[in-house]
Design a protein around this ligand. Sequence first.
Ligand SMILES: Cc1ncc(COP(=O)(O)O)c(C=O)c1O
Length: 471
Amino acid sequence: MIQPSKRLNNVEEYYFSKKLKEVNLLKAHGKPIINLGIGSPDMAPSPLVVAALAESLNNQSAHKYQSYQGLPELREAMANFYKRHFGVGLSPLNEILPLMGSKEGIMHIAMAFLDEGDEVLVPNPGYPTYASVTKLVKAVPRYYDLTEENNWHPDLFALEKEGLEKVKLMWVNYPHMPTGAIPTNKLFEDIIKFAKRNNILVVNDNPYSFVLNDYPKSILKYLGAKDNCIELNSLSKTFNMAGWRVGMVVGKQEYIEAILNVKSNMDSGMFYGLQKGAIEALKSSKMWYTSLNSVYEERRKLAWQLADALQCTYEKEAAGMFVWAKLPHGTDAIQFVDKLLKEKSIFLAPGNIFGSQGNGYVRISLCAPTEEFEKAISRVDKTKSMKDELTESQIAFLKKYNFGMEDMFDAKGLTTIEYMARMKAEGKRIAYNADPCKKEGHTLRTKSGHCAQCNTYRFGVKKTKQKNNKK
Ligand SMILES: Cc1ncc(COP(=O)(O)O)c(C=O)c1O
């Protein structure tokens, strides 16, 4: 057996890569999993984008190697996008490099600027890739704490007091994932001054600025930013194109050239059709952003309800496609998430996969239809689910027989409820029915009588001797 490189010793398989295997296995066994863990947009890109890709396939040059720097029209479209939305002027000739997603850029930037032993400021909590790539290039992550008290903004003053001589690069990410914290003008201005004073390259990773955010900002808009800052952006979230893998890094020519130096040695240009689709997406009108956000807004209200049902608290003034929910005091996030998955078949991301500062929080993704949120809320909030299922007359019936809502949870339909109520009133024992679910192919059952495939419960009366039952 040939041993993998030592550089892998400090890098673990990505949490989602591992956990989703488990989640998918549960699904395959018929568990009705509601996945609110991962931030993969579930909506379609604009039809214009898909049409542009389809049309491009007939072009003679579609299937050839493409330029490492992307099509000039793509860089032009990226420059226009930055001008229109952020008020930032960029030269399409040398200040923009299209990427295969911004994640790719994170690795390229680390390769382009870091040497063994260099220190890198990494947000805690933050996107785990910043630390992994740092370790892969044998640089040293130096985590900086973000706290709720400080609106999840860094305490730059405290950082400077610790000494930053070995720090070469700093990752910032506003709007912030996972907390949704929004940048202020002052925050970006302070970061730029901090970078200059300490001779650090700041990379703002900015894929969430158009999701539930009224004032999209680029760090490059601020005075003097280009000297010490570059920015990553992505079409994944803004245009529902996560699987397309289109992103960009923008900034001063010298920085972009260094990144191109790495990238051009690692891959060839992006597929022509993707570039054509991306150009169309970047031209999207205001309507696109408005309709995207109206869907996320609706979902977010439900995510807040789910957080309420889980007895969490959350900040409503947040951007991005997640709700960052604080668990009741003293709750361990990993244990909480595992229990929720086991007992309610709901998957959320535990906050501590984003760093120790995320313990005690969960991240609820908005990348699922409203019905999924409604189902999740019902599963967690039993009283609500009960009320949703029962008619007024059924509730009256339950009250008459002095049943609590809890007794009846999972009972479906008047007949079952009436049946159970009657049995209980007559002093007979209610037991879960041991017979298999009658629906074709439904074989996965638990002891409690739950059929995992159609999510129904079967009830019956225990076949004990029934005395004096004759009238
Ligand atoms: C903060 C952050 N940066 C970068 C990425 C990667 O995005 P892309 O699809 O552009 O590679 C993600 C994806 O979830 C993210 O959350």
